[in-house]
Design a protein around this ligand. Structure first.
Ligand code: PLP
Length: 468
């Protein structure tokens, strides 16, 4: 392909994306594809001869798109909002076009310095103090894993420089709530703590970690000769832990405090939501995902630490081929995370912020919060529906109480309800268990979701429930 062909196809593809976005509402939200169906449309062997881009675009339309679940659809209420705003798409396009690796400052100084700028803008937007320095990670899972590695090394006095985890006399323990995200468990296991030394503490009626049980678990561990190492607080849509009180415990026991605010971190752009992470200044590290509710395309996680030097010590290696003359004066972001190579992700965040501005983002987030409160009020006012969790943000956990149904029957009833909503194509939500009770999670906040889409979802939930 030469530059002229690229221009022609590129303009065509941009039109295709805009048409797709404009027509989204007419498509079934969840892909109706059956397992293997998409794959079967593709030839078994790679093309021997090239020059088939026109064919590729036709196949994209005909055979790939039926296998897409439309995350930017206004009636997407599943999992979490993962918006890709137009500005962020353009940022990604520029990143791909430039094709730079930003592993060291020297390998593309702008990739490092624009990232420093936008991570500092983001820090200001969520009102974190300048004591925190940010770096872009791919996902919250990676950032939480990194945090636990840093915790392990801090508490073990950099055991990695000697015999690693094998050298400790007292096994290290990680604590989180049993409502925290599965990425915490994964991180603890991958970081080598071992399931025996991961304590998932029960939560109270509002799904916040039980501080009394947490303190008791820590004290018991100390008593039997274990070493409390890391505490992970969840600042989330359903699980909302008391960060300040957890910081007290972390300080008292010399533990690392990491805060997982993957989705909820975006809400901190709103001053009225910042009570949710009161005490955040005392965390050692935190992560949130602009690639969720904010509107920046996947993937872009913001990882903030109070001690970048510690992070660098844990993450860096110094092979001769990576050394540069500027080392010591600049940030080499390869030393701030696990992988070496890194895309210029900051561009899409920068484009996005230039497009919406802080006030534009705040207005959209407030719209979503109001939509969630509207749905909460409908559920609370309907005697045959139940809300299972508080609604501090944009997620509503609900279920239909079919008359005379016991718990197992209620579970089957609500699963069927979810199946009919999702397979009907008009909306998409996530059936999930909350402390053993089957419920439906309605996660509001796609960029194009207006009140009418939430109203339509509520109407179809009621209609389907009546017909069951
Ligand atoms: N933590 C929480 C609270 C989440 O909601 C999620 C994703 O849904 C994650 C972590 C994992 O996010 P990622 O896909 O960025 O690893």
């Amino acid at each position: 392909m030469d530059a002229n062909e690229f221009r022609r196809l590129g303009y065509q593809l941009v039109d295709w994306i805009a048409d797709y976005r404009e027509g989204l509402e007419r498509l079934p939200v969840m892909s109706p594809a059956k397992p293997g169906e998409i794959r079967a449309a593709f030839p078994e062997h790679p093309p021997l001869h090239g020059g088939r881009m026109a064919q590729a675009l036709a196949v994209l339309d005909r055979d790939v798109m039926p296998g897409i679940t439309h995350w930017n659809h206004p009636s997407f209420f599943a999992y979490f909002p993962s918006n890709t705003s137009y500005a962020s798409i353009l940022g990604d396009l520029a990143t791909a076009g430039i094709g730079a690796q930003g592993m060291s400052w020297q390998t593309s100084p702008a990739a490092t310095e624009v990232e420093e700028v936008v991570m500092d803008w983001l820090r200001q937007m969520v009102a974190l103090s300048p004591a925190f320095t940010g770096v872009i990670h791919d996902t919250a899972s990676t950032a939480t894993f990194t945090a636990l590695l840093c915790a392990r090394e801090k508490v073990s006095g950099h055991a990695q420089d000697g015999e690693g985890l094998q050298s400790g006399e007292a096994p290290l323990v990680v604590y989180a709530s049993d409502q925290g995200h599965s990425s915490i468990e994964k991180a603890a296991l991958l970081a080598g703590f071992g399931r025996r030394f991961l304590r998932l503490i029960p939560t109270d009626e509002n799904h916040a970690i039980r501080l009394d049980l947490l303190s008791a678990a820590i004290e018991k561990d100390v008593e039997i000769g274990l070493r409390p190492c890391a505490l992970v607080a969840a600042v989330g849509t359903t699980a909302l832990d008391p960060v300040a009180a957890m910081a007290d415990l972390a300080e008292a026991h010399g533990m690392w405090l990491h805060v997982d605010a993957a989705l909820a971190g975006t809400a901190m752009v709103l001053p009225e939501c910042r009570w949710m992470w009161e005490g955040i200044e005392r965390a050692d590290s935190l992560v949130f995902n602009p690639h969720k509710w904010m509107g920046v395309g996947f993937d872009l996680s913001a990882y903030y630490v109070r001690d970048p030097q510690h992070l660098i010590r844990v993450m860096s290696t110094h092979p001769s081929y990576l050394r540069t003359a500027q080392d010591g004066q600049v940030s080499n972001f390869r030393d701030w995370h696990i992988q070496l190579g890194r895309r210029f992700r900051a561009l899409k965040l920068w484009f996005y912020l230039m497009d919406v501005g802080v006030e534009g983002l705040q207005a959209r987030l407030r719209r979503d919060l109001e939509n969630a409160q509207w749905l909460k009020a409908q559920v609370d006012g309907a005697p045959d529906w139940e809300r299972l969790a508080p609604v501090p943000l944009q997620t509503v956990c609900l279920r239909h109480l079919g008359p005379g149904l016991d718990e197992p029957a209620l579970a089957a009833h609500n699963l069927e309800l979810a199946r009919r909503v999702n397979e009907g194509g008009r909306a998409y939500l996530t059936p999930s268990l909350l402390k053993g009770r089957q419920m439906l999670r309605v996660s509001i906040g796609a960029e194009t979701t207006e009140r009418r889409h939430v109203e339509a979802l509520w109407e179809s939930l009621k209609e389907i429930a009546r017909a069951l």
